[in-house]
Ligand binder design. Sequence first.
Ligand SMILES: *Cc1c(COP(=O)(O)O)cnc(C)c1O
Length: 365
Amino acid sequence: MSRATTATIHLDALRHNLSVVRQQAGTHGARVIAVVKADAYGHGLERVASALAGADAFGVASIDDAQRIRATGSSHPILLLSGFDELTDLALLQDLRIDSVIHHATQIDMLEHHGRGTSARPINVWLKLDSGMHRLGFAPDDLLPAYQRLRALQQQGTVGNIALLNHFAASEELDNPVTQAQMEIFDRATTGIIADRSLANSAAILSWPQSHRQWVRAGGALYGQTVMAGKCGADFGLRPVMTLSTRLIAINHVAKGGAVGYNGTFVCPEDMRVGVAAIGYGDGYPRAAPSGTPVLVNGKKCSLIGRVSMDLMTIDLRGLDAAQVGDEVVLWGGELPVEVIAAQANTISYELTCSITRRVRFVDA
Ligand SMILES: *Cc1c(COP(=O)(O)O)cnc(C)c1O
């Protein structure tokens, strides 16, 4: 018998969330890049790209992912968010019609080298400014020279359209002045350049309308997730896309004083029933989730107890006398926001859905 561990992907929720993003961004006429990197935040790239065919473009982190999208038959624009990093990538960008972020002068060197003597299809580029996050992008003073080099490449036919990009460091922190400062730095550094602009990630789409411009880049919001502390996607009208579930495979009576699981981190305060569910960190459930983390057994809220192990977890079934072996256990999704589990495990929901492993069965719903 195969394990019951299942990630159910609600495609209607994906489409609903895209419409929420569109509504937000549409006020300013912005188009939507659906960010589907990391196997669509763990939801499965092909199914998500197909369900989100209504998006204006896709954002990926690797050429492989772009290739997988093209294999579904999609002709959407695809943006390589971290850019290419080898000369040999350029022919692939042309063949697959992939647009690339340009964040470093070495990439422009490669375009110049590649451009000599070729008459192949021009590559659309998104020039990235580092407006304060200090990860990828040109420093404000270096932006214009980089733009001018790209313009020269455009005139010789190596580069196609040139657009402008920026990434926020903390747009989910509404009282953090860094977002406003990043917008001002962006506007100053790009003054006078006539080009499409894209600044906003999910949190900025939902909370910083002045950042919307011509294109927004939505990741987490499409999956119904937020990284805003203390919030879940439903607070913004989003619907959770993934339900992670399994079944109880045992129920044991443990006497008062009995220690449950590895290292006995949970000691039964009374005689009690302990359920064993077929899921563990080998499936991607976070081992860091402590005793007290909520799970749903037959839709009723219970608590995980003891250490999460590789294949199994143990659950406090006090107050749930009807629970039986075979009953459904939901780890997140539906009424149990993944953000709640992430907070318990000291991380963000994106990491949890990205971490689901290959032995989990995926089902479209
Ligand atoms: C991942 C990513 C996004 C999407 O961020 P969300 O917070 O998930 O919306 C947008 N832009 C870039 C450059 C990214 O790498």
